[in-house]
Design a protein around this ligand. Structure first.
Ligand SMILES: NC(=O)c1ccc[n+]([C@@H]2O[C@H](COP(=O)([O-])OP(=O)(O)OC[C@H]3O[C@@H](n4cnc5c(N)ncnc54)[C@H](OP(=O)(O)O)[C@@H]3O)[C@@H](O)[C@H]2O)c1
Length: 342
């Protein structure tokens, strides 16, 4: 597979994606959760799922005002535009492990015992250093740690549901991390959250690093799912799209991103089709643990697939599980009962 290049990026951005009609499936009786669905790609993906008659469509969002608007208030709301009456908003803040735990506890009680599709879409892109109440750098916790926690805590329900799908939204920017320099430290995740380490220059690539962690986590999870599992996990790149992701950019960066999006950006709706494709298309044989670009399986970065990348992936897995086991004791049971240890 051709490695990432600017010419490939341009050609990818201009390629035609499958139409919503081509992606459509009947979701009658099925339960779908989309994380971060009040704006951007998550909202447009939710609208596509809503048009497929889902049994339940849960928008897991941190901002009640825009989430409620996405469900029922605004003039472009999902209920009005699709006629879907099974859309719900459930609060979830990925900057807090206890919020993730509370979401899962509620889902265990009220979720109806099945989860067909979980799309982990929420993320932040910021160069500012901030520590969460749980003690982790905010981008690492939002984009990686809490995303992993939610995936693991919902794994038992995904596992009980035939042909279930877990889709994690990453990015082509994972190719930009030629080598994770924090892997030179004994504890990678601790280093990534260390305030003294997180200089302006380190934080300028933090989003890219977080998307690399999404790719590593997906591969690590897929490698540990036993044969015969009902869950298929994949990781998707939506490409450069119009959305609110760069809301915190300023100055030259804001102008250059706006210019790039003007020239090459997919509309939010078109970009969201990549999420829908990752959650609905193909089968376990072709999609398990795979990275998807323009609705096709593609090779991850050279670093990810290198022997060094595999070692870093395994270390990150161990460190992530240790942090998440401390955050929620249910993680230990999930890892021991549902994942392979060999
Ligand atoms: N747009 C692109 O060009 C592009 C390219 C490659 C990959 N991606 C990926 O696509 C995904 C969606 O991004 P987008 O472009 O649609 O960005 P967006 O418009 O900014 O949407 C991001 C979503 O994540 C939510 N979110 C952020 N922090 C959260 C938290 N702590 N708890 C719960 N939800 C939280 C946001 O909610 P609030 O509104 O409350 O903040 C929002 O719903 C991300 O994973 C991103 O990395 C985007």
């Amino acid at each position: 597979m051709a490695p990432f290049s600017f010419l490939k990026f341009i050609s990818d951005q201009w390629s035609t994606l499958p139409s919503p009609e081509e992606l459509k499936k009947d979701l009658t009786g099925k339960t779908v959760i989309i994380v971060g669905a009040n704006v951007g790609l998550g909202l447009e993906a939710a609208r596509h799922f809503a048009s497929m008659n889902p049994g339940r469509l849960i928008l897991a969002c941190r901002t009640p005002k825009t989430a409620e608007a996405a469900v029922e208030v605004s003039s472009v709301d999902i209920t009005k535009t699709t006629g879907c009456k099974t859309v719900e908003f459930w609060p979830l803040d990925l900057q807090s492990f206890s919020s993730v735990s509370a979401f899962v506890t509620r889902f265990e009680k009220e979720g109806g015992g099945r989860l067909d599709i979980l799309v982990e879409n929420a993320a932040i892109a910021t160069g500012d250093y901030k520590k969460t109440g749980d003690g982790h750098e905010a981008t690492i916790q939002t984009n990686h740690l809490s995303t992993a926690l939610l995936a693991l805590l919902l794994l038992p329900t995904l596992n009980k549901t035939p042909n279930s799908r877990l889709t994690i939204v990453a990015s082509e920017v994972h190719y930009f991390v030629a080598r994770l320099t924090e892997a030179d430290s004994p504890k990678i995740l601790e280093k990534l959250s260390d305030k003294d380490h997180c200089t302006t220059s380190v934080m300028s690539v933090r989003y890219n690093v977080s998307k690399l962690l999404n790719v590593f986590f997906t591969r690590g999870l897929a490698e540990r799912l036993p044969l015969g599992t009902s869950v298929t996990v994949d990781v998707v790149n939506p490409g450069l799209c119009h959305s609110e992701l760069t809301r915190n950019a300023s100055g030259f960066q804001a102008y250059s991103l706006a210019f790039m999006k003007f020239l090459l950006g997919r509309s939010t709706e078109v970009g969201s089709r990549t999420l829908v494709h990752a959650a609905l298309a193909g089968d376990q044989l072709t999609m398990q643990g795979k990275y998807l670009n323009k609705c096709q399986v593609e090779e991850e970065s050279d670093y990810v697939i290198s022997p060094e990348g595999q070692k870093v992936q395994d270390r990150l897995w161990e460190e992530t599980i240790a942090i998440l086991e401390a955050a929620d004791p249910r993680v230990k049971d999930v890892v021991h009962s549902l994942l392979r240890s060999d």
